[in-house]
Write a protein that binds this ligand. Structure first.
Ligand code: NAP
Length: 539
């Protein structure tokens, strides 16, 4: 059944904003509790991140057997993942399968971008408005995603460009044929690093505009054999339990016990070589237990990767440009690639350093840096997102006669547990800033948050309570704690979207909680068990 448009039942028990993996599971849980809930989704269809990010080579950097819902044994048993790291079309197929299997579609409104959400303290209800419709419910759940507001740098002249341009996060559904064309890719984060090898194979010529070199390790992607599928499924419960006990919510990677500085250089090289061959970013960063907390230890891993780049890329000048030197490895999302560095050995690929020679403007026929002009038929922007807060603040969220979220967060997001923010009753965020979110397996974090929120709503219902809101004091302590945990690591040493550094003028606040999903889950459970410590419950 197609997602339906409806004019009926605008009064609900809960409104869910966003029809990605978070929103769909939230809807399912709320339905199971007998609540009337609806998803409002901006896109033409469901899928969130996996609906929009269809650029060539888009795939997940968490293994498929882990990056999938764990709440239903039926679902995990019946679905067959073709590859170790799933490609975007397979993940989108999975999401659609889940929506059908759980009969969610009649309760999803697509092409319904939410523009505002206003809480009325008199009636304890949220009014949520799209371009054409108004919905009301006591509870509003923001499942708007962490990387869902694409960011286009304000390049002069883009409107004059006669060719085609694309953003990784708004890729056309029908795909793009780059055969024989002169293509420019701007950006070398995870998205750029994934698309560049594929576009290089199609394009007549590809110019990669790199401002900051990035660390990347091989995915070592491969088909999942029927034997692996069977053996994993036989022990799925075991794997899911193990995942719950890990900081990243991902099983199969035993935590390291040694410091990188304990091993002699030759032994360390063997360890890194083995991890490089295994593939995957967790595997690599789990080589030693201090890579993300000790700069000297980190440098051993960073230098190993630089040496790999030296050995792969034939032109030493190009290799040098591709070697990251401005941040510790792993403090920006460690990219996973399929032949990224090898791509720069192709005759039809040129690397341009736009750190020393920045992009000055887009021209009708291409792009001009300060000193050179490039003729291009197509430009692909892999320039990232207004992460963590962008999609939330894109909605005008306020309390009638009270605060606006945009004002409250003017100096950076403030939340209690990344779940709620003081002054905004009954407004929940799934994987909000201040929670492990992007520093974990997103699906594991989504499930943990949705379960916590659903249990909270059940508690409120059972006790006849009208609402819940964090206390300012609990929120301030949490914000301090999130920062203190980050400050004990190397993460703040990178300019990244984790701390808003990718957006000019965005407050520099480290947003994810990096103590680990295992520890965080315990804190959330304890808070709930202690009568929602740090929250005020309203009669
Ligand atoms: P990103 O990591 O923010 O990278 C954006 C890139 O664009 C950077 O190289 C940046 O350079 C460059 N850029 C931005 N403005 C520029 C300008 N004015 N001139 C030149 N270059 C400019 O964005 P992303 O690659 O889309 O990745 C975002 C996150 O999405 C990832 O970290 C990851 O968490 C997620 N993701 C995951 C996967 C996966 O699962 N495999 C795939 C894609 C994305 P600077 O570094 O100099 O700012």
């Amino acid at each position: 059944m197609a997602e339906r448009k409806t004019g009926e039942a605008k009064n609900l028990d809960a409104i869910v904003v966003g029809g990605g993996l978070a929103g769909l599971y939230a809807l399912h849980r709320l339905h199971r509790m007998g609540l009337r809930a609806l998803i409002l989704e901006a896109g033409r269809s469901i899928g969130g991140t996996w609906f929009w990010n269809r650029y060539p080579g888009a795939r997940c950097d968490v293994e498929s057997l882990e990056y999938s819902y764990s709440f239903s044994d039926e679902l995990q048993q019946e679905w067959v993942w073709p590859e170790r790291f799933a490609a975007q079309p397979d993940i989108l197929r999975y999401i659609n399968h889940v929506a059908d299997r759980l009969a969610l579609r009649p309760f999803i409104l697509t092409d319904a971008r939410v523009v505002s959400a206003v809480f009325d303290p008199g009636t304890d209800r949220w009014t949520v408005t799209t371009a054409g419709e108004v919905f009301q419910a006591p509870f509003c759940i923001m499942a708007t995603g962490n990387l869902s507001l694409p960011r286009l740098p304000p390049f002069r002249g883009l409107e004059s460009f006669k060719g085609n341009w694309y953003h990784s996060g708004l890729w056309p559904e029908e795909g793009v044929d780059f055969s024989g064309r002169r293509v420019g890719v701007i950006g070398t984060g995870s998205s750029g690093i994934q698309m560049i090898p594929i576009i290089a194979e199609q394009a007549g010529h590809l110019v990669v505009f790199q401002r900051t070199a990035n660390f990347s390790v091989p995915a070592e992607n491969r088909p999942i054999t029927p034997e692996l599928d069977r053996s994993h499924k036989e022990r799925y419960r075991y794997w899911r339990d193990e995942a719950r006990r890990t900081p990243f919510g991902i099983a199969g990677h035993p935590p390291p016990t040694r410091s990188a500085l304990e091993d002699a250089p030759e032994q360390r090289a063997r360890v890194y070589e083995e991890k490089w061959g295994t593939g995957g970013n967790i595997s690599f960063l789990y080589a030693y237990n201090d890579l993300l907390v000790n700069r000297q230890a980190n440098e051993t891993a960073a230098e190993f990767v630089r040496n790999k780049i030296r050995s792969i890329v034939r032109d030493p000048k190009v290799a040098e440009l591709l070697m990251p030197r401005d941040h510790p490895i792993g403090t920006k999302r460690l990219c996973l690639d399929n032949g990224y560095f090898e791509t720069f050995n192709r005759d039809n690929v040129t690397l341009v350093d736009v750190r020393s020679d920045p992009i000055a403007e887009i021209t009708p026929s291409g792009l001009r840096t300060r000193t050179r002009a490039f003729e291009l038929d197509d430009i692909a922007f892999a320039t990232g997102f207004d992460a963590m807060t962008g999609a939330l603040l894109n909605i005008d969220i306020s309390v009638d006669g009270g605060p606006r979220l945009g004002d409250k967060w003017a100096h950076g997001p403030r939340t209690y547990l990344g779940l709620m923010t003081a002054g905004f009753p009954n407004l929940f965020m799934i994987t909000g800033p201040g929670s492990p979110s992007v520093k974990s397996n997103m699906i594991a974090s989504i499930e943990q948050h949705v379960d916590w929120i659903a249990d909270c709503l059940r508690h409120l219902g059972d006790k006849g309570l009208k609402g819940i809101e964090p206390d300012e004091g609990a929120e301030s302590s949490w914000v301090e704690h999130v920062n203190a945990v980050a400050d004990a690591t190397l993460y703040p040493q990178a300019n990244s979207w984790y701390n808003g550094a990718n957006i000019a003028g965005k407050p520099r606040v480290f947003m994810p909680y990096v103590a680990g999903l295992d520890k965080y889950r315990k804190i959330c459970d304890e808070v709930a068990a202690n009568d929602y410590r740090g929250f005020s419950l309203k009669r």
